[in-house]
Design a protein around this ligand. Sequence first.
Ligand SMILES: Cc1cc2nc3c(=O)[nH]c(=O)nc-3n(C[C@H](O)[C@H](O)[C@H](O)COP(=O)(O)OP(=O)(O)OC[C@H]3O[C@@H](n4cnc5c(N)ncnc54)[C@H](O)[C@@H]3O)c2cc1C
Length: 361
Amino acid sequence: MTVSKDRGQRTEGRALSGPDALFLKDCRAAATKPLSSVLCPLPSGLRGTLSRNVPMSRHTSWRAGGAAERMYQPADLDDLLVFLRGLPVDEPLYAVGLGSNLLVRDGGLRGTVLLLHGALNGLRLEADGSVYAEAGVPGAKLARFAALHNLHGAEFFAGIPGTVGGMLAMNAGCYGSETWEKVVRVQTVNRLGEAQMRTAADYEIGYRHVVMTRDVGARFIGRKNIAQQVAPLQSDEIFVASWLKFEAGDGALARQEIKGLLGKRIASQPLNLPNAGSVFRNPPGDHAARLIQQCGLKGKQIGGAQVSEKHANFIVNTGEASASDIENLIGEVQAAVEQQTGVRLQCEVRIIGEARGQGLP
Ligand SMILES: Cc1cc2nc3c(=O)[nH]c(=O)nc-3n(C[C@H](O)[C@H](O)[C@H](O)COP(=O)(O)OP(=O)(O)OC[C@H]3O[C@@H](n4cnc5c(N)ncnc54)[C@H](O)[C@@H]3O)c2cc1C
């Protein structure tokens, strides 16, 4: 692990300057062996871990896909701010949590992945009774923490194998609850390394849908154009923390509910094989799984990717699936369902990166 000498010192959000700000350029050469990541040296102001050529199959629940050109896992929030302030203006940036809703194409991902799982782990009960949870906290940990403090309403997070950041970005939900119903406020950072407090009023929030409102977005894009003429932001602002409100309840009952919900998932989902949960959004008034099953697509396979026999809206990696096997199967399912039912299924999973042959040198 590459650690700068001053690991442990507080940087207090200062920016890198002079030659230090060029550190990312030095981390651009391709790794010698394919699919072997290489650690890069860091200037003394940074305390995280910077690697290049990182196989995203290690960081996505499908266990498939190409490499990220660079990956930075910050030591904490201060460190993330310093990193962002030293970022070249043309550097594409992508936030990743547990990669449980993500497919990275086989040609890999240009730019830098900010890996927040294992990084922003703060979780505490605030004096006003809200729960402060940083972006890297897994849903299961949040649910257990809330139950431990006799709070009710966080149980559903236990079954979503993502981080708080990913759940905020997706408005993840299940069994009648959604992430943003629980949000009091969130903290975000932009690629200039500026932190903001935001509330639900700053976003358009719907079913697996969260985007900044036009007003906030317009102000933000105005700023962005000054600093960032070259590379558009993949994720406009990154969620770094949230304050969530739950009702007072009984911890033992909450734990029982968690157990029940997990049991339901084990019974209905193919959790023994790598997958990314539901691949398609449910169309209004219907279920994607029902339509896929009706079209006789259960068990359909391309390479190592297969429409699950257990749950038709899941695509599983039976062993050696490439990202293109998975993406091609998604395309075939979409085409077959549209042809047979007239419904065009929309992807819930995010597909990013370059196709094989068009990727990283
Ligand atoms: C077995 C299984 C079951 C699932 N069940 C459910 C379910 O019941 N309900 C449900 O809604 N989903 C479900 N999912 C999908 C997935 O777990 C959720 O979408 C989850 O919210 C993704 O979180 P993540 O940390 O893995 O995000 P990632 O997959 O890492 O990222 C997903 C998207 O969020 C963005 N993102 C991640 N972190 C941040 C951040 N800090 N700031 C800004 N953007 C960010 C990424 O850029 C990307 O666009 C399931 C997945 C699996 C594998």
